[in-house]
Each structure stands twice: as C-alpha cells, then as structure tokens.
Write a protein that binds this ligand. Structure first.
Ligand SMILES: NC(=O)c1ccc[n+]([C@@H]2O[C@H](COP(=O)([O-])OP(=O)(O)OC[C@H]3O[C@@H](n4cnc5c(N)ncnc54)[C@H](O)[C@@H]3O)[C@@H](O)[C@H]2O)c1
Ligand SMILES: O=C(O)C(=O)C[C@@H](O)[C@H](O)[C@H](O)COP(=O)(O)O
Ligand SMILES: [Zn+2]
Length: 366
C-alpha cells in the first residue's frame, strides 16, 4: 500500500502542531495527547466503529479512560442536535478541561469533533484522525470546526486548532471510490491556487489519481497539506490569505445547501471552481487566450478524474440566497476568491447579478 514502506512525513503547522502522514501512523494516537489527559472521547461514524475501537484500545493500553461515541454518518453528523448529544455525554462522564476528544472519520466527523472540543468547557484538546482523502488534505488540518444550520453550511463554528493530526494512509483502502474522488477536488483546488505540480501529477495519469493505490498518492496528499499548513500557519482566523482555501466554495456550498446535502462536498466544490473560473473570465480577472486555457484546464482536470463540472439550470435564485450567507460576504456584498492566473489568487467583490447569472448559465446543463 501507498505509504506503508516509508517513514512517516511530519508537516508542522507553524509552531502549533504537526500533521503526521504515513502507513500505520494510527498507532501513535496516544503520543499526540498533551499533558494531563485522563479521559478521551473517540467520536466516529457508524462505518468506522471497528477503527474507533482500535483507537480506544490503543488509548486504553496507555492508561487513558477512553470510550467510543458513535454519531450519524456524513453531513447528518454536523447538527446542533448531535453536538448537544456529545456535550451531554461529556458532562455525564465528567470530562474536565484537561481531557480530550479524538475525531476518527471524514471531514464531517473532524468538523463536529473539533467543534465539540472547541465548545466543551470553552476548549479541550482534540486530536484529528482523518480517514478520508478530503479529511487528510483539508478538513482535519487548520482548526476550522463547525456544524450546519437549516440556513446553510458551517454557519456555526469556531477556530480551534487540533493538538495533532494523524493521516494513516492505510485506512484509505476501505474508502468508497466516490468519496475518494470527492477528496480529489480539494487536492486539485490546492493545485489551482498554489501548487500547479499537483495538476500535472493528476493530469499525467487521471485513472491512477482516482485510486487509493496510486503510487503518487502520498505526494499528492503531502503537497496539498503543505499548501494548507503554510496558509493556516499565518492566518488561522480567515482574515486574509486563508480565504484562498475557499476557492470554489461560494457556489459549491450553495449547491450543497440547495441540494439538502445530497451532494458530496468535493463534488459541489468541483462545480464551484468551474463557476468561479467562468466568473473570473467574465469580470476581467482571467483574460485572453491564457485565461480561456485556464478555464478549460479547470474542466479538463476535474472531469478527467470523474468530478462534476455542471449543475442544473433552474436554481439561480436559491443559489443566490445561499451564496449571500457565505462567510466571505460583507454586508450585502458577495466576495469570491478568483484567479488572476494559475496559482495567482485574488478577490472579486460585488459582481453584478447579471454576471453572477451569466457565469451560472456557463455551468448549467439541462
Ligand atoms: N474544516 C475544514 O477546513 C474543512 C475542509 C474541507 C471540508 N470540510 C468538511 O468536510 C466534510 C466532507 O468530508 P468528507 O468528504 O470526508 O465526507 P464524510 O465525512 O461524509 O465521509 C464520507 C463517507 O466516507 C465514509 N468513510 C470515512 N472514512 C472511511 C474509510 N476509511 N473507509 C470507509 N468509509 C469511510 C463516511 O462514513 C462517509 O459515509 C464537509 O462537511 C465539509 O464541509 C471541512
Ligand atoms: O480551511 C479553510 O479555510 C477552507 O476554506 C477549506 C475549505 O475546503 C472547507 O470546506 C471549509 O470548511 C470551508 O469553510 P467556510 O468558512 O467556507 O465554511
Ligand atoms: Zn472544502
């Protein structure tokens, strides 16, 4: 398997914590906990109860009072009801401020576990053990935690960095292909905003890129994590440069909301990146044949791995309402991360409704 034979890679996120990547690194879970921990709640989805039991066993062997906490699968985990049930659990078990939470799962679980850790007693340690490609390259790194509300995606949350992140590449073996491919959208995003080598690696062999046994997977994961780690190390709270990680998310989150979370996050973000590339062309950020090529490159790379690049044509008003709740918006001004060129992110503020609709028409298919 991909990472099993080589030593783990350690990518520091500033001086705060490390992301450890490799085959079998799950065994290190207890080593990541900092001073004073007695109790540990291991939050996991139903699909990963075996893995969570393993984590509980590893922690128990080291003397911690660890217990598993199963939460609903996928986006249904990111609700206030589920968060409240975990707060109840922590309260009944007597978790103090020196205790800890471990999130074992995809981005939905690491977002939830991180949020519960951020809010329990105003903040306890969280170790993230992402088990999806998307979780490894994005969600578990960077300390953005949160849940959804009826009105939209990640509308309630907190910035709460983990004390460590363990990306055990071996666990990706059991990940369904569609979820793996969804994670590629965030990897490709890092290629467009900062590290074009990622795009070359994907384009060289898109069929291999779709698979967990891709010999270049480890490199892709590490490159994407480095992009994210470098950004969040200087702007944890999303005040400036961190916004580039939101490339494709204004429209992508709106699709997720309008589709009531029946689309995978990565699939929606894939369409969102094509939408914002078209919007960049319409607003003069991408110009001339080079601009045209870059928009075409978005479609080509994303489609080559099987990600969607189009959306239904009859949802503009609902998408606009959802986009107005994007966290980059300021007052009634919508703001987008766009590209001025490959790996040259910029901001676009307040495009007219006419242009927003025109870009929508360019990604719409009946
Ligand atoms: N906080 C951040 O910075 C950040 C970044 C990117 C995405 N996100 C969030 O992450 C979420 C998407 O995460 P995701 O794509 O990982 O989805 P997910 O958490 O829903 O996981 C996808 C599916 O894979 C299953 N699964 C997970 N690991 C598995 C494994 N190893 N083997 C078999 N099945 C496995 C899960 O049970 C689920 O059904 C979204 O809510 C998104 O908003 C957050
Ligand atoms: O880490 C970030 O910052 C990101 O924007 C990464 C995104 O991939 C991720 O989906 C994030 O959860 C979106 O954040 P939001 O602030 O738009 O809810
Ligand atoms: Zn995302």
């Amino acid at each position: 398997m991909t990472g099993a034979s080589t030593a783990p890679t350690v990518i520091p996120v500033g001086s705060d914590y490390d992301v450890v990547i490799g085959g079998g690194v799950l065994e290190q879970v207890a080593d990541l906990l900092r001073e004073g921990v007695e109790r540990v709640l291991v939050v996991h989805p139903p699909t990963l109860s075996g893995l969570a039991d393993r984590v509980v066993g590893l922690l128990t062997d080291k003397g911690y009072a660890a217990e598993p906490a199963e939460v609903p699968d996928a986006e249904s985990a990111k609700t206030s009801t589920v968060a409240a049930s975990l707060w109840g659990r922590l309260g009944r078990a007597g978790f103090t401020r020196s205790d800890a939470i471990v999130g074992v799962g995809g981005g939905t679980v690491t977002d939830l576990a991180g949020f519960v850790a951020a809010t329990w007693l105003r903040g306890v340690q969280v170790v993230q053990v992402p088990t999806t490609l998307l979780g490894m390259v994005d969600a578990a790194v960077g300390g953005k935690t949160g849940i959804n509300t009826e009105e939209g995606k990640n509308l309630v949350g907190a910035f709460h960095p983990p004390v460590g992140v363990l990306c055990d590449i071996d666990v990706l073996r059991s990940l369904p292909e569609a979820d793996f491919v969804g994670g590629l959208a965030e990897v490709i995003k890092c290629g467009f905003i900062a590290d074009p080598v990622i795009l070359d690696l994907v384009a060289q062999d898109p069929t291999a890129a779709r698979r967990a046994d891709n010999p270049r997977l480890r490199e892709l994961i590490e490159r994407a994590i480095r992009v994210k780690a470098d950004v969040v190390a200087v702007d944890l709270k999303d005040n400036a440069v961190r916004e580039i990680l939101n490339y494709g998310h204004t429209f992508g989150h709106a699709i997720e909301q309008v589709e009531q979370f029946s689309w995978r996050h990565g699939e929606a973000i894939s369409v969102g990146m094509v939408y914002v590339a078209e919007l960049a062309r319409l607003t003069g950020h991408l110009t001339g044949p080079e601009g045209d090529d870059l928009v075409a490159w978005h479609r080509a790379v994303l489609e080559s791995v099987g990600l969607p690049t189009t959306y239904r044509p009859d949802r503009f008003e609902a998408l606009l309402t959802a986009m107005s709740r994007d966290k980059k918006a300021r007052g009634s001004t919508l703001r987008f991360v766009v590209l001025d060129g490959l790996a040259e992110p910029a901001r676009l503020a307040g495009p007219s409704e006419e242009l927003l609709r025109a870009a929508y028409e360019l990604v719409s298919v009946r």
